[in-house]
Design a protein around this ligand. Structure first.
Ligand code: URA
Length: 423
């Protein structure tokens, strides 16, 4: 078997065998296959696709490239994943809510990629927060307080780590079989028995349209079935940021507000829905009861107390968290309805301000970012505030921010955050 034949086969649209896929993944990890050869194979997969069987073989080869966590000592464990978006702090809110209701929430999270943020970067905005837990610490924390979040270790799906970095720079990120196998291999190896995936759709997400997002969801559900793991996918809108905050400390603050029932309406609605799905999966209760339990946990303060307990347990000190003190209010120059928000561009502008990385090893400035005060469908009059910018050592061009908001005369429609639930 050799890699050139495998590349040629996929280039011609011929189905690959399990052995060929395993050969390519193992060879690349062992440095027997070069970056340029793997790039070529990834591009052939991006252009010609893979059927479900090939995608499962690819996921299997990725899972087998590293270690698999054994979470069986914890019983039923729930994991949650997002395909990546702008202003996506859902995990920080959802985890404490469900843990306060008896769910065991054990999550391995990543850092930001491109214009999208990562949960680990957000948690690191809290001074002292330890994002690298040893497996025994991780397990005992989940047993003790019901929730732990740690960064993905190199031992879990090392093939994905290497291939993802290559995809990021070779235009091969937006491929359904590659995304599905990347996400599902990590979820399977991480060990949870039930997995809820937030599939973001829209101009600020990897999946730009609903049909593609449905296909991705269906593929991940099928991979889950192969591994006997229950997967539920929730398609959510990323044509505008969810909630209002973009930037690490700002998103932690927004999470704390939401956990106390004072968060933005759309984000609140999303986390209640996701938490109810998780409760339903974990405790086999009906949707209405689950929603009521989630609302009660927020209203009684239990969810927020669980967040504080979780942060303290991992060494974080919320009192010391800083948000940049220099604040600029950005005001519109037009009157009308907001018809479109360029979410991708807002994510890039926040990243350029220091909220994310341009190069892999860049430091993040956790204090900077935006708080969006107007969303799609809102009516604004000239000189009304669209957003606030929190900045530190880098400047921003205000017209670049204004260009992210399209304002027209037609009545803009408010957007639903939840598009569909597929299981
Ligand atoms: N998130 C992942 O982990 N992998 C992808 O390919 C895309 C989003």
């Amino acid at each position: 078997m050799n890699i050139i034949d495998i590349i040629n086969k996929k280039r011609l649209g011929v189905k690959l065998t399990e052995k060929e896929i395993k050969f390519a993944i193992t060879g690349y990890l062992n440095q027997e296959i070069e970056d340029y050869q793997m790039s070529s194979l990834l591009m052939a997969i991006t252009l010609n696709g893979m059927d479900l069987e090939e995608t499962i073989f690819l996921t299997k080869a990725m899972v087998e490239s590293g270690e698999e966590n054994d979470l069986s000592s914890l019983g039923n464990v729930i994991d949650k994943h997002s395909t990546g978006g702008v202003s996506d702090n859902v995990t920080l809110i959802l985890g404490p809510i469900v843990a306060s209701l008896g769910v065991r929430f054990a999550k391995m999270s990543g850092r930001g990629l491109g214009h999208t943020g990562g949960t680990i970067d957000k948690l690191e905005a809290i001074p002292g927060f330890k994002t690298e837990l040893h497996m025994d610490e991780f397990l005992s924390q989940v047993k003790e307080i019901g929730i732990a979040i740690t960064s993905q270790t190199g031992d879990i799906v090392p093939a994905d780590k290497k291939i993802y970095a290559l995809r990021d720079v070779t235009g091969t990120v937006e491929s359904i079989p590659l995304i599905a196998s990347s996400i599902m291999s990590k979820k399977i190896a991480s060990g949870a028995s039930k997995i809820v995936i937030d599939v973001k759709v829209g101009n600020g997400a990897l999946m730009k349209n609903v049909d593609g997002a449905r296909e991705l969801a269906q593929t991940m559900i099928e991979i889950g079935k192969y591994y006997d793991r229950k997967v539920v996918c929730v398609l959510t809108n990323m044509d505008e940021p969810s909630g209002q905050a973009i930037g690490n400390a700002l998103e932690v603050q927004e999470s704390m507000d939401t956990l106390q029932g004072k968060g933005p309406e759309d984000l609140n609605e999303l986390v209640i829905k996701l938490a109810a799905i998780i409760l339903g999966l974990d405790q086999n209760i009906n949707a209405m009861d689950a929603v009521n339990m989630v609302k009660e946990s927020i209203a009684s303060g239990r969810a927020y107390q669980k967040f504080q307990e979780f942060v303290k347990k991992q060494g974080g000190d919320l009192e010391k968290m800083k948000i940049a003190s220099k604040v600029i209010s950005v005001k519109t120059t037009k009157t009308g309805f907001i018809t479109h928000i360029n979410t991708l561009r807002l994510g890039e502008l926040a990243r350029n301000l220091g909220a994310g990385r341009i190069h892999k090893d860049d430091d993040i400035n956790p204090t900077v970012g935006f708080v969006i005060t107007k969303k799609v469908g809102d009516y604004v009059t000239e000189n009304e505030e669209l957003l606030k910018v929190y900045l530190d050592d880098k400047d921003i061009v205000i017209s670049d921010l204004l260009d992210c908001f399209e304002i027209g005369n037609s009545l803009g429609e408010k957007q639903n955050l939840i598009i569909d639930i597929i299981d």
